[in-house]
Structure formats: structure tokens, C-alpha cells
Design a protein around this ligand. Structure first.
Ligand SMILES: Cc1cc2nc3c(=O)[nH]c(=O)nc-3n(C[C@H](O)[C@H](O)[C@H](O)COP(=O)(O)OP(=O)(O)OC[C@H]3O[C@@H](n4cnc5c(N)ncnc54)[C@H](O)[C@@H]3O)c2cc1C
Ligand code: FES
Length: 286
């Protein structure tokens, strides 16, 4: 984790109220991985004391750049839209634990709900770079919310669902999942809590519904794997990236806690934001 100044290179509104900003921040990008995030300080100290967390949307270690993709929903995100190229902000990162891919995984299913795209977008690049096949399911309210396909690599299969049926499948993005779950070796998701809960439920019944015990893969049978470890996450069929409200983002304030099935509270900023879906107590009410 490093604290560094990041210089804004480009800022544009890619969808109504949704911004894509590119920053030059070599110290933060070195070693950063998909699923991690930065905690950014606004320069307006009149009531905006807390930093704001944003996922690494894309990471370019060679150029030393990262992008963030955010929706304006309050004073902090509004403040960022007023920045101009050349302006500098103070960023802390990379924070949190990244997505973990099993080296044997060939077929990667990503599920993004709305702004959840920012949480999985960097994983598209990582998976394609490593020679895997990627299908990305995206769900939005309507056509005006659909993430532009021009911002994705050509290699990805991009499938859209909208609540109002104005583009793609008419209905929730989770309704598309059964079509791909036999094909997928692993799945990764970010989006609203009800979407993640529904995906976790599908993942937990997947083996039974597909009628297979292990999909022909020996996943370290017999060897105990510590809960919450990268190895345990790598073995989970579904990994989710959680977006709880945050205070410190370094594990001190306990403002971001979710409950694990083990009964141990998990700090989203330290033990997460990525969790195996079977690690979390989905009816926890957090
Ligand atoms: C690990 C992590 C990664 C994130 N990545 C992104 C990202 O890539 N793009 C993006 O647009 N947003 C992301 N968020 C959410 C983002 O941090 C908040 O939207 C932002 O801090 C709001 O700041 P604000 O000052 O504009 O709004 P505020 O004035 O602080 O809040 C406005 C409204 O937004 C709600 N809100 C605030 N924070 C969150 C949150 N974390 N989740 C849901 N609702 C919230 C508040 O309850 C309030 O109703 C992420 C959050 C986390 C924890
Ligand atoms: S935000 Fe403070 S412990 Fe996670």
C-alpha cells in the first residue's frame, strides 16, 4: 500500500452521470491487480474529510496509468468531475485483496450489474492477457445505462440485459447465468447486493443442478485450505467484489464489516473486497 499523488490525464462522461478518468500514478499501479481499489482524497475539505474508494477499472503498468469509472451520486464524486487534466489528487492504494484465478481456468464468466462494471473491468484485461476465454454479462436499467462495448477488448463476448428490455435480454442479468454456468470454470461478479445474493444462491446449487460432482477437476482433494486464503478463493466457483460504505479503508474503523459463514466478521477493506461467495453469510443483514 502506497500513498501517492496521481495526475489526471483525461476525464470524460461516458454515460449520463458516469465518468471515466485516467490518472498517471506509477507507484500505485505497480503490482496492482483486478479487484483491488484506491482510496482517493478530495481537495474540498469543507465536510469531505473521508476519502472515496474506487476500483481499479483498468491498470496499465507499462504506462503507469490507471482508470476509475464512477457515477456521480454525492458531493465527493461531483467534486471529481470538476478536475481538469494536469490536476493532482492524493491516492492510497492498491488496497484490498484481488480476484484469484485458478491457473487451470479457461472459461471465465464475469457478471456486472450497473457500476459493478468498474469492479470487474480490469479482470477482463487480465484474463484475456492470460489467454482465457471471457464472457461478460452486463445488467442495466435501460439502454442509456449500458456500458459501451467500444470500451471493451474485441476478444470478450459481451451480453447485455436491461430491466426495461430496451436493449438485449429483457430482465435481470442473473437470468442469463444458467445458460453459461456449465461452460464456465469460474465466475466473478460485482454489482448491487440483491444481484450478488442471487448469484451466490445459483452458485451454491450449481453442482447439484448440473448433475456433476466436481466437473472433472480435482481441486486439491484431501488437503485442507484455510478459509479466506487466496487458495480458498481460487477454488471458489464464484468470487464477488463487495462495495460497503467505507471509513478508513485500512482495517481500523470496522465500518465496512460483513459476516462470514464461519461467524467471523470480515472487513471488506482488508479481508475483501473480493470474497468467495461461499465465505459470506448472505442473510446476515449487514
Ligand atoms: C471497495 C469499493 C470500490 C468502489 N468502487 C467504485 C467504483 O469503481 N465506481 C463507483 O462509482 N463507485 C465505487 N464505489 C462506491 C463509491 O466509493 C461511492 O459511490 C462514493 O464514495 C460516493 O461518494 P460521494 O461523496 O459522491 O457520495 P456520498 O455523499 O458519500 O453518498 C451519496 C450516497 O451514496 C451512498 N454511498 C456512499 N458510498 C457508497 C458505497 N460504497 N456503496 C453504495 N452506496 C454508497 C450513500 O449512502 C449516499 O446515499 C466503491 C466502493 C467501495 C467500498
Ligand atoms: S473501512 Fe475502516 S475497517 Fe474497513
Amino acid at each position: 500500500m502506497r500513498l501517492a499523488g496521481a495526475e489526471l490525464l483525461e476525464s470524460r462522461e461516458i454515460l449520463p452521470g458516469q465518468w471515466l478518468q485516467s490518472y498517471h500514478a506509477p507507484e500505485l499501479v505497480a503490482g496492482a491487480r483486478a479487484g483491488q481499489f484506491v482510496h482517493v482524497r478530495t481537495g474540498d475539505f469543507s465536510g469531505l474529510v473521508l476519502r472515496r474508494p474506487f476500483s481499479f477499472n483498468t491498470i496499465d503498468p507499462l504506462a503507469g496509468t490507471l482508470t476509475i469509472h464512477f457515477r456521480t451520486i454525492g458531493r465527493g464524486t461531483e467534486w471529481f468531475t470538476r478536475l481538469r487534466p494536469g490536476d493532482r489528487v492524493d491516492m492510497l492504494g492498491p488496497l484490498g485483496r484481488p480476484f484469484e484465478m485458478d491457473p487451470r481456468t479457461q472459461h471465465v464468466l464475469l457478471v456486472a450489474g450497473g457500476l459493478g462494471m468498474a469492479g470487474v473491468r480490469a479482470l477482463v484485461d487480465e484474463a484475456i492477457r492470460d489467454g482465457r476465454q471471457v464472457t461478460l454479462l452486463f445488467g442495466g436499467a435501460g439502454a442509456r445505462d449500458v456500458y459501451p462495448s467500444a470500451l471493451l477488448p474485441d476478444e470478450v463476448e459481451y451480453v447485455v440485459a436491461t430491466d426495461d428490455g430496451s436493449v438485449g435480454h429483457h430482465g435481470f442479468v442473473t437470468e442469463l447465468v444458467p445458460e453459461y454456468e456449465a461452460w464456465a470454470d469460474q465466475s466473478f461478479a460485482c454489482g448491487p447486493l440483491p444481484m450478488l445474493r442471487s448469484l451466490a444462491s445459483l452458485a451454491s446449487s450449481r453442482r447439484r443442478r448440473l448433475g456433476v460432482a466436481s466437473l472433472g477437476r480435482k481441486r486439491g482433494a484431501g488437503r485442507p485450505v484455510p478459509a479466506g486464503s487466496p487458495q480458498a478463493r481460487r477454488k471458489a466457483f464464484l468470487q464477488v467484489s463487495m462495495e460497503q460504505n467505507m471509513g478508513c479503508a485500512v482495517g481500523a474503523c470496522l465500518g465496512c464489516v460483513v459476516m462470514a459463514t464461519s461467524g467471523t466478521p470480515q472487513r471488506v477493506c482488508r479481508e475483501g473486497p473480493v470474497f468467495g461467495s461461499d465465505e459470506l453469510e448472505w442473510e446476515g443483514g449487514w
